[in-house]
Design a protein around this ligand. Structure first.
Ligand code: KDG
Length: 315
């Protein structure tokens, strides 16, 4: 198998109407979790993946497990536990252009993961470990487990790919900065957003952010610049890539995870760094054209189609 990840996946409920949630009557549910979003994106691009996690042995836990398994991800390392619930969150569109997220995940099954969830023989089946800054923010034991997993993966020569995915609702700024910098120093490939780079290094320019990350030991950095595309820097090349076409954004959440999937798949398939970043931009853009974090993740054919369309303002 190719890419392994660890993290929490939840059911997200969103009111069907725009406005403060206290007045909402009906909700739509989706499955969401940064790591499985990326793994699902990878499966759609023919990369074989596995997921380490814990879910409650409850209705929502079974719903998530069936969904993730149905997308092709190996779930041999996912445990259903009795004494804690599956996490959920609510995504409220307060106004058309203002989204608020409310987590109900403290004490969730995933937040109770420990080093005992890590099985060396299972990790040895993979070539890459994809981690985000969300998992160590879930609890002290999840933080310890994340670093334990990274150290075993390094012993087994897996390449470490890291997306900071800063979530300041989950921890303090100081703890986040210290932990994310430590994760960067253990990673081969780092995929920050520009505002995460600014938070971590107090630098506004993508070149300086990438330089700082390279100095921490990574060999490849891709800084996401939103609708402007992304800046990349590795041992041989530095430059910019953008999506091939402008699209109409329906739901921006999940774009970064789609971007990671597009990039990692391109990297594994041996594309040039420029082509891999362009594929990442196209995948991230396509995610935003559909409601939900994973429903818009594209296949190879859809990415190819987008690539072959000239840049235009048409949607
Ligand atoms: O990356 C999109 C995520 O924000 C979403 O899927 C939920 O994992 C999530 C989180 O912790 O915010």
């Amino acid at each position: 198998m190719d890419v392994l990840s660890i993290g929490e996946t939840m059911v997200v409920f969103s009111p069907n109407e725009v406005g403060p949630m206290r007045y909402a009557h009906s909700f739509t549910s989706h499955i969401a979790g940064a790591e499985t979003n990326t793994l699902i994106g990878l499966e759609k691009l023919d990369i074989k993946t596995g997921w380490i996690s814990q879910l409650g042995n409850d209705e929502l836990g079974h719903k998530i497990l069936s969904f993730v398994r149905g997308e092709g991800i190996n779930v041999d390392a996912v445990q259903l536990i009795e004494d804690a619930p599956t996490g959920i969150f609510l995504k409220e569109k307060v106004r058309q252009d203002q989204t608020r997220v409310h987590y109900y995940r403290k004490g969730s099954a995933a937040s109770l993961m420990t080093n005992s969830n890590i099985d060396k023989d299972y990790i040895a089946k993979f070539k890459y470990l994809y981690v985000t800054g969300i998992t160590p923010a879930l609890s002290e034991s999840c933080k310890e487990t994340t670093f334990h997993l990274i150290s075993i993966a390094k012993q087994l020569n897996l390449k470490i790919i890291f997306d900071p995915n800063l979530r300041l609702k989950l921890w303090s700024e100081d703890e986040a900065r210290e932990t994310l910098l430590k994760m960067i120093s253990l990673s081969d490939i780092v995929l920050p957003g520009i505002s995460e780079g600014e938070f971590l290094f107090n630098e506004k320019s993508e070149e300086k952010i990438a330089q700082n990350i390279i100095e921490h030991g990574a060999s490849t950095v891709v800084v996401k610049l939103g609708s402007k595309g992304a800046y990349y820097h590795n041992e041989n090349y530095a430059g910019y890539a953008t999506a091939s076409k402008k699209i109409e954004v329906v739901d921006p959440v999940g774009a970064g995870d789609g971007f990671a999937a597009g990039f990692i798949a391109g990297y594994i398939d041996g594309l040039s760094i420029h082509e891999a970043v362009e594929q990442a931009c196209n995948a991230g853009a396509l995610v935003t054209t559909v409601k939900g974090d994973v429903e818009g993740l594209p296949s190879k054919e859809e990415i190819e189609k987008m690539k072959n369309t000239k840049i235009t303002d048409d949607v």
